[in-house]
Design a protein around this ligand. Structure first.
Ligand code: B12
Ligand code: SF4
Length: 510
C-alpha cells in the first residue's frame, strides 16, 4: 500500500523574525508517525511510504495534483493552525479528482475529542479519517486495518466514515513509554538538507504539567510531562552536526525548566554543539545553577511566557504569576545570559481588557534591563479549553482563529489595544527598539503611553487600517524613518496644545 505523507508548508512571516521553514522534507509531527509505522516489523514492509511538502501559495488544485502524481493509495496530511484551511481545501480537491484515494488528517488542529471529530468529518467531505491526538500508534493500527480489511471501529482514537455516516472510536490513552518511539531524524524518515538554514524541531518531552486555557499542548496528556531520554537528543544533535545544520534548532518542550535536573542536562549537552537553539521557558522557575548552565548556550533565542499580569485574566486562563520572582529572574537572565531573550504577552485573553493589557506592557517594559517582547494575538485553538468553551466564554474569532472579541474585551477596545501592540511589533521588525528602550530609560513616560503616542501617529499618517489588524502584519515600506520621527517627537518637550489641531492623542483608538 502506497502512503504519501503530505504537508502544506506556510510562509513564516511572524514577529519572531525566524528564517523560512523548508529545511526538512517533512515536519516532525507527521515524521514521527511515518517513522513509527516504518519501524513496525509487521507493518513497515507492507507499506511504501513517501512524503511531499508543497508550499502554501500553490493553491488546492496544485497541491492535490502534486500529491496524486505520486500515485498514492492514501494521503496523510499534518494539520496545524497555520495550514489547516489550505490543507482542507487540498483534501476536498484531491477527493474530487481521485475519490478512491484515502485521505487521513492528523495534527494539533484536528479535534481530539470524539464528538467534535465527528462534526469535523461532516463539515469536511474531503477527509475519510481523522486521527485524534498522538498519531504513532493510532496511524499504525489504522494502516493495519486498511491492509487487512479490518473494522476501523476497533482502532482507538479516530473518527471515520462508515457507510453514509460518521463514527468516532474510544479515545486512545497517551503513549506511556515515549522512549521507545523512534526519532524520524535517526531512522531517515525525515531528511534535513545539507547546511540547511531553516527550522528543525526536536522534542525533549511530551505533555505539560500546566493547563493554560488557550493552549493545546498535548491535551490528552492531562498535566503530565514525560521527558525523552537525553541520549536520543545527543544522537539527533550528532545527526544534525553531520548535516552541517546551520539553521535554528527548536526544542519542543512545554516547559523544560520545570524539571531542573533534566534542563541542566539538556543545556549542558547543547553547549557542546554550536547550534542556534530556540526554547520556551518558564520565567518563575530558575535558580543560579540553571542560569549558569543556560548561560553557556551562546546562540539561543528563548521565550519566557508571561502572557498577562492581569490577575483576573490569570485566573480565567488558569495560570499563575509571581511578579517578584519573574521580574528577578528575567532581570538576572538579561544580565547574565547571552541569549536573545523574549518576554511573551498575549493580546485578548479572557478576563483581560485594554487597561489590563496596558498594565502588562508597563510591567514588562518597566523591568531593567528592558526585555524585548513578543506580543501575540490570541489564537483560539480547537483543542484548548478556550476553543471548547468558546461560546460559553463569549469568545469570537476571525481569520485563522484569531480573537476578535471576548466578554471583557469588546471589538473597539481590542482594536485600540492592538494598535499599541502593532506599534511595538513594528518597532521590533524595523529595528528601532533600541531607540524606544533608550527613550523609556531616559524619559519619565509610561511605556504604554509612549506606545499609544506612536500608535496614534501611525493612525494619523494612515499607516494602519481602521479595522483590526493582526499583529504579524508586515510593516509598510519606509516605516523605519516614520517610527524614528515618532520617537524623536516623544523625546522633545511637548508644545502647548493647540485646541484646533488634531494631535496624535486625539486620534488614539480611532
Ligand atoms: C515548533 C513549533 C512551531 C514552529 C514551527 C513549526 C513547524 N512547522 O515545524 C513555529 C515557531 C514557526 C511555530 C509558530 C506558531 N505556533 Co507553534 N508550535 C511548535 C511546537 C512547539 C512543536 C511542534 C512539534 O513539532 N511538535 C512535536 C510533534 C511530534 O507533535 P505534533 O506536531 O503535535 O504531532 C503529533 C500529533 O499531532 C500527530 N500528528 C501530527 N501530524 C500528523 C499527521 C498525520 C497524518 C497523523 C496521522 C498524525 C499527525 O501525531 C504526531 C506524533 O504524535 C508546538 C507544540 C508541540 N509540542 O507540539 C507548537 C504549536 C504547534 N504551535 C502552536 C501555535 C498556536 C503557533 C502560533 C500560531 C503561535 C502564535 N500565536 O504566533 C505560531 C504560528 C505561526 C504562523 N506563521 O502562523 C500551537 C498550534 C495548535 C494548532 N491547533 O495547530 C501548538 C500546538 C502550541 C500550543 N501551545 O498549543 N510553532
Ligand atoms: S502555555 Fe505553556 S505552560 Fe501553559 S499549558 Fe501550554 S505549554 Fe504548558
Amino acid at each position: 500500500m502506497r502512503v504519501l505523507f503530505g504537508y502544506v508548508d506556510f510562509p513564516v512571516e511572524n514577529t519572531m523574525n525566524l528564517p523560512v521553514i523548508g529545511t526538512a522534507d517533512l515536519p516532525l509531527g507527521p515524521g514521527c508517525v511515518k517513522a513509527y509505522a516504518a519501524a513496525d516489523r509487521g507493518l513497515g514492509p507492507r507499506l511504501a511510504m513517501d512524503c511531499l511538502t508543497v508550499p502554501h501559495a500553490s493553491g488546492p488544485d496544485e497541491v492535490a495534483k502534486a500529491m496524486l502524481a505520486r500515485s498514492p493509495d492514501a494521503v496523510a496530511f499534518g494539520c496545524y493552525v497555520w495550514n489547516a484551511d489550505e490543507t482542507l481545501a487540498a483534501c476536498r480537491r484531491l477527493k474530487r479528482l481521485a475519490p478512491g484515494v484515502k485521505v487521513v488528517v492528523g495534527g494539533p488542529e484536528v479535534p481530539c475529542d470524539g464528538e467534535p471529530a465527528r462534526r469535523y468529518l461532516k463539515l469536511h467531505p474531503g477527509v475519510d479519517v481523522v486521527v485524534r491526538g498522538e498519531g504513532e500508534e493510532t496511524f499504525g493500527e489504522l494502516a493495519r486495518a486498511w491492509l487487512d480489511g479490518g473494522d476501523l471501529g476497533s482502532v482507538r482514537g479516530i473518527a471515520y466514515r462508515r457507510g453514509g455516516r460518521v463514527a468516532s472510536t474510544e479515545p486512545r490513552p497517551p503513549i506511556e513509554d515515549i522512549g521507545r518511539l523512534p526519532s524520524p531524524y535517526l531512522t531517515g524518515d525525515i531528511h534535513v538538507g545539507p547546511r540547511a538554514t531553516g527550522i528543525v524541531v526536536v522534542e525533549t518531552s511530551r505533555g505539560c504539567p500546566y493547563a493554560c486555557a488557550y493552549c493545546a499542548f498535548y491535551p490528552q496528556r492531562e498535566r503530565k510531562r514525560t521527558a525523552f531520554p537525553v541520549e536520543r537528543l545527543r544522537r539527533e544533535l550528532d545527526y544534525l552536526k553531520r548535516r552541517d545544520f546551520a539553521g535554528r534548532l527548536y526544542i519542543a518542550d512545554s516547559a523544560l525548566n520545570v524539571d531542573r535536573a533534566h534542563a541542566v542536562e539538556v543545556f549542558t549537552l547543547l553547549s557542546g554543539y554550536d547550534f542556534h537553539t530556540i526554547f520556551d521557558l518558564k520565567a518563575e522557575l530558575w535558580d543560579d545553577a540553571l542560569i549558569a548552565a543556560f548561560s553557556r548556550l551562546r546562540r539561543n533565542y528563548s521565550s519566557l511566557g508571561i502572557q498577562t499580569t492581569n490577575p483576573r485574566a490569570i485566573k480565567e486562563i488558569r495560570r499563575s504569576f509571581d511578579p517578584d520572582r519573574s521580574a528577578a529572574n528575567i532581570q538576572k537572565l538579561l544580565r547574565r545570559s547571552p541569549a536573545d531573550l523574549r518576554v511573551d504577552l498575549i493580546l485578548g485573553l479572557p478576563g483581560d481588557d485594554r487597561e489590563g493589557f496596558e498594565r502588562s506592557l508597563d510591567w514588562a517594559l518597566g523591568l531593567r534591563p528592558i526585555p524585548t517582547l513578543t506580543i501575540f494575538d490570541l489564537v483560539v485553538l480547537p483543542n484548548s479549553r478556550l476553543g471548547r468553551e468558546a461560546a460559553a466564554l463569549g469568545v469570537k474569532t476571525g481569520e485563522r482563529g484569531i480573537l476578535t472579541s471576548n466578554a471583557t474585551f469588546c471589538e473597539a477596545e481590542l482594536l485600540r489595544a492592538s494598535r499599541l501592540a502593532l506599534a511595538y511589533n513594528w518597532m521590533l521588525e524595523e529595528r528601532v527598539l533600541d531607540e524606544f528602550k533608550r527613550l523609556l530609560e531616559t524619559r519619565p513616560i509610561r511605556p504604554s503611553e509612549a506606545l499609544a503616542s506612536v500608535a496614534a501617529d501611525l493612525a494619523r499618517l494612515r499607516l494602519v487600517p481602521r479595522s483590526r489588524l493582526w499583529l504579524d502584519a508586515r510593516p509598510p515600506k519606509g516605516l523605519r524613518e516614520v517610527l524614528l520621527r515618532c520617537l524623536d517627537a516623544l523625546r522633545r518637550p511637548k508644545p502647548r496644545p493647540d485646541p484646533k489641531a488634531r494631535g496624535p492623542r486625539a486620534e488614539r483608538g480611532s
